[in-house]
Design a protein around this ligand. Structure first.
Ligand SMILES: Cc1cc2nc3c(=O)[nH]c(=O)nc-3n(C[C@H](O)[C@H](O)[C@H](O)COP(=O)(O)O)c2cc1C
Length: 306
């Protein structure tokens, strides 16, 4: 099976296979070293980092839901400088691509984070635009096409590394956001972040999450996420990284056939820490069975019904 190539290219970012771990579900990338050989992954995407450390929201921050989970972690993280000092030296030894995810509450903060990290040995940036725009009263940057365009152009101007804009699905037309990302110089978009959701404790009549609403992830969102990826692929000529409810090789294949160049595994990491590795093995078996030597021959081969 070793002659089957799983390598994919996203701009200048070369991945040994299309399986990445999603931000916020794989810590800073070091925690899983005890479970498996992390170098087998196509790449690791870090927890969102902000300029300064953030405590996040008070508990309860996670609620189990049918076929998924709701989270309102509130972007708790150690901050860019601590990441560079405490995590990055070990991470870069892992022989896989390191993609650093950035979150910020002002456009200036995104730019500053990228400027600081650009000097480090990381392979790409993923920009999480699903953060409240503090300066303009809390609406997510990711729901404002103009702001997503502005963040993209300002970040791209500060780095020669690939920039991936991570899109929120909580908009009417996700392809408008992919289009502006492309126009302003993004290398790729990743789709999708979590869907807004809610769950109520019927005895206290209060929301179960301290933040009232949260982000829904896991298999519950897979068909919704796939349709968002489909929308982007059909309308905008930019590489797409698919995310949402992937727990098996078959799920990953659905996204790849629709046209995603790579996929991210998120919530499934909490269920099966070796899940991403099993998915890589499953992709190889499928390609062999279907007589493909190269995964790129399969990507985007969707045949639409008339
Ligand atoms: C507990 C948790 C924490 C997350 N934290 C982040 C984060 O810090 N930054 C980010 O861009 N996405 C974050 N996400 C979203 C995931 O990266 C992913 O986009 C989403 O969960 C959908 O994929 P999945 O269904 O495979 O989990 C988080 C998701 C979960 C479940």
């Amino acid at each position: 099976m070793s002659d089957i190539s799983l390598e994919v290219k996203i701009g200048s970012l070369e991945l040994k296979n299309p399986i990445l771990t999603a931000s916020g579900t794989f810590g800073y990338g070091l925690e899983s070293r005890d479970f498996f050989d992390v170098s087998q992954l196509g790449g690791i995407i870090t927890k969102s980092l902000s300029l300064k450390p953030r405590k996040g929201n008070p508990p309860q921050r996670i609620v189990e839901t049918p076929s998924g989970m709701l989270n309102a972690i509130g972007l708790a993280n150690i901050g860019v400088e601590n990441f560079i000092k405490e995590k990055l030296p070990e991470l870069i030894k892992l022989n896989t691509k390191i993609i650093v995810n950035i979150a910020a509450s002002t456009i200036e903060e995104y730019v500053e984070c990228v400027e600081i990290l650009d000097k480090e040995k990381i392979d790409a940036f993923e920009i999480n635009v699903s953060c409240p725009n503090v300066k303009e009263g809390g609406l997510e940057f990711g729901r404002d096409v103009r702001k997503v365009g502005e963040i993209t152009s300002k970040v791209v101007a500060k780095t020669s590394k690939p920039v991936i804009i991570k899109l929120t699905p909580n908009v009417t037309s996700i392809s408008d956001f992919a289009r502006i990302s492309k126009e302003e110089g993004a290398t790729a978009v990743s789709a999708v972040n979590t869907f807004v959701g809610m769950s109520i404790d019927i005895f206290t009549r209060r929301p179960k999450l301290s933040h009232n609403t949260g982000g829904l992830s896991g298999p519950a969102i897979r068909p919704l996420a796939l349709a968002k990826v489909f929308e982007v692929v059909q309308n905008v000529d930019i590489p797409v990284i698919g995310i949402g409810g992937i727990i098996s090789p078959e799920d990953a294949l659905e996204f790849l056939i629709v046209g995603a160049k790579a996929v991210q595994i998120g919530t499934h990491n909490f269920v099966d820490p070796k899940g991403p590795i099993k998915i890589i093995e499953g992709l190889k078996s499928y390609l062999k069975k279907m007589n493909y030597n190269n995964i790129n021959d399969l990507i985007g081969t969707l045949e639409l019904n008339k």
